[in-house]
Ligand binder design. Structure first.
Ligand code: NAP
Length: 357
């Protein structure tokens, strides 16, 4: 056997490293638990195959989002926007990462990127054309998972694209201290609206009023009667409702909408762990009050991304908007962070720091 040139085999060996991963064990019904996941360690080669256009990245921050729970369900008989994860496979989602090796002309070693990646230390990205190169140097990279990522664009598109807020209008936001909610409120304040949010703890209520500039906020867990609570905060009624939770809150809001009000249906997090969703009783009020209630997906608004980035990066630089991020450390924290979204443990955008840059 011919001997390889000195050092070549060693280099090959050095390119292979251990890779910790979070695996979904099986489909989930009901409330998710940390034991629905397991941590495994495999190997990954940090060199792209000769001729491949793939990109290998070291993950730095991973995004934890409510929609992931919908992907943990068994495949649904009715059409569903979200395909199910495959049990036994590594979880996937958005992340910010450093390019380690690249076979793609748009990405080179050392680039900082955001895009669809895995819940693991290193990922091989086979669709590198979907990666976005982060070029700002004065903004923390993790912001590209929140205020400058899908939650920020969701807030922007849902508020401006669907509700067209006007100065002086009355705006209500549920899950208001979350990734999307606290940004919707601040964008509405920048338009001159009167803004009230609901959240699940007194700490979150304080944050909304003292840091995020909401006019009012209330702890829905302390309210026996949501209709009465809304009448207290909106004696004149609600023009715009940014819907994040669904269920009883939506029924109460419908009772309090003003004529020609608008409801942007962003999500219904209170329903994601139910095998059978709750019904909504007051839908006839859509007719009587001539309301517009419209669901939307952020993916329909990706063409707005450059305009949105310009605008929101300026708000950040000028200190016109406050971004609240909830960071937990280490890949092992991913399952707990995801379960925590449904217990209201996160304050602001939930991210996991998985690697040192
Ligand atoms: P988030 O608000 O940061 O986190 C979820 C929050 O939901 C929790 O902190 C908790 O806050 C609240 N919550 C959990 N269980 C609840 C329940 N049973 N009843 C009421 N509130 C509950 O998450 P996010 O990423 O900003 O997402 C907010 C909503 O936007 C979700 O419905 C999500 O699915 C949706 N979304 C939609 C799009 C789209 O394209 N349409 C894109 C992104 C997100 P409290 O402590 O206040 O209860």
């Amino acid at each position: 056997m011919m001997e390889s040139p000195r050092g070549e085999g060693q280099e090959e060996e050095e390119a292979v490293v251990r890779n910790k991963q979070v695996i979904l064990k099986d489909y989930v019904s009901g409330f998710p638990k940390e034991t629905d996941f397991e941590i495994k360690t495999g190997d990954v080669r940090l060199k792209v195959e000769e001729g491949s256009s793939g990109v290998i990245v070291k993950n730095l921050y991973l995004s934890v989002d409510p929609y992931m729970r919908l992907r943990m369900r068994k495949p649904q008989p009715n059409p569903s926007y979200f395909s199910s994860f495959s049990p036994g496979s590594v979880m996937t989602g958005n992340g910010v990462a450093r390019v380690v090796d690249s076979g793609h002309p748009n990405h080179k070693k050392g680039d900082l990127v955001k895009g669809f990646t895995g819940w693991e230390e290193y990922s091989v990205i086979t669709t590198p054309e979907t990666l976005y190169k982060i070029q700002t140097t004065d903004i923390p990279p993790s912001f590209y998972l929140g205020i400058l990522g899908a939650p920020g664009l969701t807030a922007y598109a849902g508020l401006h694209g669907i509700c067209s807020p006007k100065e002086g209008e009355y705006v209500f936001i549920s899950a208001a201290s979350g990734a999307v909610g606290h940004l919707v409120g601040q964008l509405a304040k920048l338009k001159g609206c009167y803004v009230v949010g609901s959240a699940g703890s007194d700490e979150k209520v304080d944050l909304l009023k003292s840091k995020c500039g909401f006019d009012e906020a209330f702890n829905y867990n302390k309210e026996q009667d949501l209709d009465a609570a809304l009448k207290r905060y909106f004696p004149q009624g609600i023009d715009i409702y940014f819907e994040n939770v669904g269920g009883k809150m939506l029924d109460a809001v419908l009772l309090n909408m003003r004529l020609h009000g608008r409801i942007a249906v962003c999500g219904m997090v209170s329903q994601y762990n139910m095998d059978k969703p709750e019904g909504v009783k007051n839908l006839m009020l859509l007719v009587y009050k001539q309301l517009r209630m419209e669901g939307f997906m952020v993916s329909d608004y990706y063409d707005l991304y450059p305009k949105f980035l310009d605008e929101v990066i300026s708000y950040i630089r000028e200190g016109k908007i406050v971004y609240v991020e909830d960071t937990v450390e280490g890949l092992e924290s991913c399952p707990g962070a995801l379960v925590g979204l449904f217990k209201g443990r996160n304050v602001g955008k939930q991210v996991v720091r998985v690697g040192q840059d």
